[in-house]
Design a protein around this ligand. Structure first.
Ligand code: NAD
Ligand code: MG
Length: 385
């Protein structure tokens, strides 16, 4: 029996991880659950999974904790993630919060020498070098949950001493894959939230439409697998059946396939290296008929080129890209800016903040703050544009 703490338990990844717990009550118990808000959903989860500790980042008064849940230890406020990651005993911590909030949570869990299952890509985007160093120092390599990175990780299990020469990172292309640039620029939140293949949280769904999700995933792959960005090729693959692939020195390419279902990579991380049932449908290649591939289009989707530029620039460039994008996505979802302004906001921030350091966590938080301040000013100037 492995005990699991989930940071971000009410979200898309968190709830699917709990579905795996439902399927395998003999394998997993829940040590702690933490969410930002959605207290009613968290109360329901607490009743069902009996964690010892629950956290809500947006605090509620003690009087609002239902009588039947008072025996649980409740941690409220911005420290909740830290307290749960650092102090609650467990075997594994699933970090599935959104945004840079994942970085301190991952570092706390690693400091406490816990196995981290990583869904949150922003921790590696912003602090990849520090996170990888710490995971290696405690001898507990991160277990990736992001579907492409899980696919690559699975393909690498038989590598022996052969490093990959190239990663093929697949991308669905999102809802605007076939749209003209002018139409993408004017797209609405409702259109951007209509992902063709995956059902996910709002932030990552918008990022999939702009391709900033794949931009963040290039950065994530660079750190997880220690591969130069020049050896990471993005392949647009609208069917989302090949979840990614790895090429070796002899020309052999190994890919991982399946229906798009996040429970598969979540369960692989939860019970690595063994495979367990997930409730996923079986892959029917005859029903799919054909798998197709396209090159990225740097004109309609500049995010990927920006990601490579940031990785080559080093320092806190990736943090600046991430912070500016988070601010811009929030403004877009609030209906304040057109879709095209997301990319313009990121370019503006990178232009204004070209060479900030990222040697320490404090450097990274400073770069994140500066990127957000710069972007908020720019966004205010773009409203209604
Ligand atoms: P979501 O919005 O559905 O859920 C996020 C969860 O984290 C919620 O429980 C929320 O309450 C909590 N949370 C958000 N911000 C927080 C904060 N600052 N402090 C504490 N808790 C916070 O998001 P999601 O789609 O589940 O994505 C979670 C992470 O996993 C993201 O980094 C995303 O990029 C990554 N990811 C998601 C998917 C997917 O299929 N949803 C796939 C790959 C990677
Ligand atoms: Mg992914």
């Amino acid at each position: 029996m492995q005990s699991l703490s989930i940071l971000g338990s009410t979200g898309s990844i968190g709830t699917q991880a709990l579905e795996i717990v439902d399927l395998h009550p003999d394998l997993f118990s829940v040590a702690a659950l933490c969410a930002r808000s959605q207290k009613e959903k968290l109360f329901q989860q607490a009743r069902r999974y009996h964690p010892a500790v629950c956290g809500l980042v947006d605090p509620v008064p003690e009087s609002e904790i239902p009588q039947d849940l008072k025996h649980i230890q409740w941690v409220m406020g911005p420290e909740a993630l830290h307290i749960i990651a650092a102090q609650v005993p467990c075997d594994m911590v699933l970090v599935s919060v959104v945004g840079i909030a994942g970085l301190p949570a991952v570092m706390d869990a690693l400091d406490a020498r816990r196995q981290v299952l990583l869904a949150n890509k922003e921790a590696l985007v912003t602090g990849g070098h520090l996170v990888m160093e710490k995971a290696s120092a405690i001898g507990k390599p991160l277990l990736p949950v992001d579907s492409e990175h899980s696919a690559i990780f699975q393909c690498l299990q038989t590598r022996g001493s052969n490093p990959p020469v190239r990663l093929l990172l697949t991308a669905s292309g999102g809802p605007f894959r076939t749209w003209k640039k002018e139409d993408i620029d004017r797209a609405t939140p409702a259109q951007a939230l209509r992902h063709p293949n995956w059902s996910m949280g709002q932030k990552i769904t918008i990022d999939s439409a702009s391709m900033f999700n794949k931009a963040l995933e290039i950065m994530e792959a660079r750190w997880l697998f220690d591969v130069s960005p020049d050896n990471i090729q993005v392949v647009i693959h609208p069917q989302s059946v090949i979840h990614s692939a790895v090429e070796f020195a002899d020309g052999a390419v190994l890919a991982q396939l399946g229906v798009p279902d996040m429970r598969v990579p979540i369960a692989y991380a939860m019970h690595f290296p063994d495979r367990i049932s997930t409730g996923s449908k079986s892959l029917d290649l005859f029903e799919i008929g054909s798998l197709t591939f396209e090159r990225e289009d740097p004109v309609r989707f500049p995010a990927l080129s920006l990601a490579r530029q940031c990785l080559h620039a080093g320092g806190a460039a990736c943090t600046v890209l991430n912070g500016a994008n988070e601010e811009a996505v929030a403004a877009f979802l609030a209906g304040r800016i057109p879709f095209g302004a997301i990319t313009r906001t990121v370019m503006h921030a990178l232009d204004r903040l070209p060479s900030l350091p990222a040697d320490t966590l404090d450097d990274i938080y400073t770069a994140d703050r500066l990127a957000r301040e710069t972007s908020r000013k720019y966004l205010a100037s773009q409203e209604g544009a």
